[in-house]
Design a protein around this ligand. Structure first.
Ligand code: SAM
Ligand code: SF4
Length: 318
């Protein structure tokens, strides 16, 4: 699948639910989100039909995300079915890790080869506060279990938040010294809950390099990765910096997103969606509709501070 700007699209981020067992302050309102009504979310057979069609069109990597994918009923059997599809070569997941310890083995058996775990603080109280109730110990046990079953290397997603975890950058980087994990710092994006946050909460990816000047730049293994990579001298793991605000990676973008209510999105930072539920309800041709939509994928995004994207990250899948 080639988009209008000539990029090869082969990566689908599949959000299987809007719901979550945490309420991260930058992502979800404290009261949670309204459950979609019956018929509003995609049924499993609809998800599978779309993913199968996309795989025939050239999607070979799928990331399962949400909301929190591990609260979705039937997630293991959904993964098993996607894993059996001919075109799918890589099946990965992003999770908050709260249920990872108990599910790691089944996830691995079902076909998940690697996971990204979101973790914004290594301090139990701060973690509980940013997630509004999360249990850091559970995440750490989940990570250990995921390693044990071989879903490696583990990638930790750390959202950089000024006045919150700027004092933990060194601790996070240190995790990569003797362990082959990847710690990826992500600039906070001004979507959803964050649209009204103060300027001082926004930190640039550069601040990681200022804080840990001994980090050495290393070459990217995957050109389409949004992260730039670094390593501590003789460090076993890697440090990634993802700069959606201060640096664009649009020219190498290879991804599309499917929301749990059936909207295909060609860019995280655009509100333009294709409603595949409507296409299916009208007995339309999914492949043709997707082809037309993908040809319109913009060459680059124009995300500036406090620009409003109407869907929040839990709805888009990050
Ligand atoms: N619940 C899962 C989790 O937290 O890993 C998967 C979904 S979550 C929406 C995916 C990623 O988006 C997480 O790493 C989260 O930290 C990130 N995220 C959410 N809101 C964000 C924002 N405003 N700016 C940057 N990253 C954000
Ligand atoms: Fe849930 Fe992930 Fe959003 Fe946190 S970032 S509220 S864990 S969906």
């Amino acid at each position: 699948m080639i988009d209008g700007a000539g990029r090869k699209i082969n990566y689908l981020r599949l959000s299987v639910t809007d719901l979550c067992n945490l309420r991260c302050q930058y992502c979800m309102p404290e009261a949670g989100v309204k459950k979609f009504g019956h018929g509003e979310t995609l049924r499993f057979n609809e998800i599978l039909r779309i993913v199968e069609t996309l795989s025939q069109m050239g999607i070979d990597k799928v990331r399962i995300t949400g909301g929190e994918p591990l609260v979705k009923k039937g997630i293991i059997s959904l993964i098993e079915t996607i894993n059996k599809m001919d075109g799918i070569k890589e099946l990965v997941m992003t999770t908050n890790g709260q249920r990872l310890e108990e599910m790691a083995e089944s996830l691995k058996d079902a076909g998940i080869c690697r996971i990204n775990v979101s973790l914004d603080s290594l301090n139990p109280e701060k973690y509980a506060s940013i997630t509004r109730g999360g249990d850091l110990e559970k995440v750490l046990r989940g990570i250990r279990k995921a390693k044990e079953v071989g879903m490696t290397p583990i990638k930790l997603n750390v959202v950089l938040i000024g006045d919150f975890n700027d004092d933990e950058i060194v601790d996070f980087v240190e995790l990569t010294r003797n362990d082959d994990m990847e710690v990826r710092f992500i600039e906070l994006m001004p979507v959803g809950e964050v649209a009204s946050w103060s300027e001082r909460n926004f930190m640039t990816g550069e601040s990681v390099l200022e804080e840990v000047p001994e980090l050495e730049a290393i070459e990217k293994e995957d050109r389409s990765s949004p992260a730039d990579y670094y390593r501590l001298p003789h460090g076993k793991g890697k440090v990634g910096i993802i700069r959606p605000i201060t640096c664009k990676f649009c020219s190498a973008c290879n991804r599309i997103r499917l929301t749990s209510d059936g909207k295909l999105r060609y860019c995280l930072h655009s509100n333009h969606e294709l409603d595949l539920k409507v296409v299916m309800d009208d007995h339309g041709d999914i492949m043709k509709a997707v082809e037309e939509y993908i040809s319109l994928k913009p060459a680059e995004h124009h995300l500036e501070h406090h620009q409003y994207v109407t869907r929040s990250m839990f709805g888009i899948g990050g």
